[in-house]
Design a protein around this ligand. Structure first.
Ligand SMILES: NC(=O)c1ccc[n+]([C@@H]2O[C@H](COP(=O)([O-])OP(=O)(O)OC[C@H]3O[C@@H](n4cnc5c(N)ncnc54)[C@H](O)[C@@H]3O)[C@@H](O)[C@H]2O)c1
Length: 401
């Protein structure tokens, strides 16, 4: 299968390029290296050193004998996107090329506008390019479980749609979205746009509501092929950030009470799920939604898993609660379906302990790099902005719990 990866230089994009190429697929992709500059803007760097794209491609070709095609282009440039899609003639397009950070989108008006504009424009350009140059191709669009929101409904979250009875009639309607940041709302808007394009032009699409991905690799490989691994407050997701904190002896920081629950999956599971979606495409005109995660964890439980992993290698890891920079529930119930991928053969790997051990082992040689950017671990971006008397204190929420 010929797969075009928009956002191929990113955490998931570079992993997916390798994973699919190793699986015998023909891979092409594009990126403008924006993630590298966003992380620098946050005063940080990838914990694990990464090569520039030409070096990555050379290293992969030397090791595996195949070289994915690559276009350095900004996905906001509609003509460039159309030309790349027309040249590559993909069977499928995986859209990873968005800004993935909630805190980055909450910094100020400029960052909020940038994230929403970038994420909507890159999606529009891919949709139009597919309509014009690859109308039969399958779009796999990365959304997030965060589109649904967390803990506001006391019932399991379905996969995209919900059956309701309205005035005595049954209807299948999109499940109400309750996103918690401008970034997450950009994903909601993107989902509606992709769904409309399928109805409008007969495109086929899978919208992946993905949980939080963690881990440094999906198989053993040398450093030249490493994918990026971030830990700053904006681009380091929670479990990866905990692992970096443990590796340098900083406390693991829980936001507020720390009983937020989220769906998680290791990097290798994410790759497997995306391949399953790709190799089982929907019909033309169909828009479908998959919830993609392995398990739901409570963040306090995860912090204790990382602490235990640290203890196993002789690190002395502590856990601290800090005021929550976000506006979110800190103690809540959370259930979500993830049956569609399992029906296609996904078996969650369920090796949290092993994944954390491997990640810590990959990070420890780079402790000095992480320590150099230690300040970036701590949140400065607040959801409500400035001094905020309306945000309940950690103590008040602990009492509620
Ligand atoms: N990593 C996770 O835990 C996670 C969870 C849920 C959903 N997702 C989604 O998966 C996708 C990939 O996530 P990731 O963690 O690999 O993020 P990432 O930032 O590492 O990858 C995105 C890539 O897209 C590129 N990009 C963004 N805008 C671009 C533009 N205008 N032109 C060219 N390139 C552009 C960036 O440079 C980057 O390399 C995102 O859409 C994200 O929202 C990620």
């Amino acid at each position: 299968m010929r797969v075009f990866i928009a956002g191929m230089d990113g955490y998931l994009g570079w992993s997916l390029a390798k994973y699919l190429a190793l699986g015998g697929h023909e891979v092409g992709g594009a990126d403008a290296f924006l993630r590298r500059s966003w992380v620098a803007e946050m005063g940080s760097d990838s914990a694990i050193p990464i090569l520039p794209m030409p070096g990555r491609l050379d290293a992969f070709a030397a090791r595996e004998g195949v070289r994915p095609r690559f276009w350095e282009l900004d996905l906001r440039d509609s003509a460039a996107v159309r030309d790349a899609i027309a040249a590559f003639r993909p069977d499928a397009v995986v859209h990873l090329g968005e800004c993935p950070s909630a805190p980055y989108s909450m910094m100020d008006a400029d960052h909020a506008s940038f994230v929403q504009a970038n994420n909507l424009q890159t999606t529009f350009n891919l949709l139009y390019a597919m309509r014009d140059a690859a109308p039969d191709a399958h779009l796999v669009k990365l959304g997030t479980m965060g589109e649904y929101g967390y803990g506001h409904v006391d019932a399991p979250i379905p996969e995209g749609f919900v059956e309701v009875t309205m005035q005595g009639r049954r209807a299948r309607i999109p499940y109400p979205r309750e996103a918690g940041s401008w970034y997450h709302w950009s994903k909601v808007h993107g989902s509606y746009n992709v769904s409309f394009a399928c109805r409008l032009w007969g495109l086929r699409a899978t919208d992946i509501m993905q949980g939080i991905v963690f881990g440094s690799r999906f198989r053993d490989e040398d450093g030249a092929l490493a994918t990026r691994f971030d830990f700053d407050e904006a681009f380091g997701t929670v479990l990866n950030r905990f692992c970096c904190q443990a590796a340098i002896g900083e406390p693991l920081t829980l936001y507020g009470v720390g009983h937020q629950k989220r769906g998680f999956l290791p990097l290798g599971d994410s790759m497997r799920c995306l391949e399953l979606a790709l190799t089982n495409p929907p019909q033309r005109g169909e828009y479908r939604v998959f919830n993609q995660f392995a398990e739901i964890y409570d963040l306090t439980g995860l912090a204790h898993e990382v602490k235990a992993a640290g203890d196993r290698v002789g690190l002395s890891v502590t856990i601290e609660h800090i005021d929550n920079p976000r506006a979110e529930r800190e103690v809540h119930g959370y259930e979500a379906a993830h049956d569609n991928l399992i029906a296609l053969g996904y078996e969650p790997s369920l090796d949290l302990r092993g994944e954390i051990d491997r990640t810590l082992a990959d990070l420890l040689p780079h402790a000095a790099r992480i320590r150099r950017h230690r300040d970036a671990l701590y949140p400065r971006v607040t959801w409500r902005g400035g001094a905020d008397d309306t945000q309940p204190s950690v103590e008040a929420l602990a009492f509620e719990a």
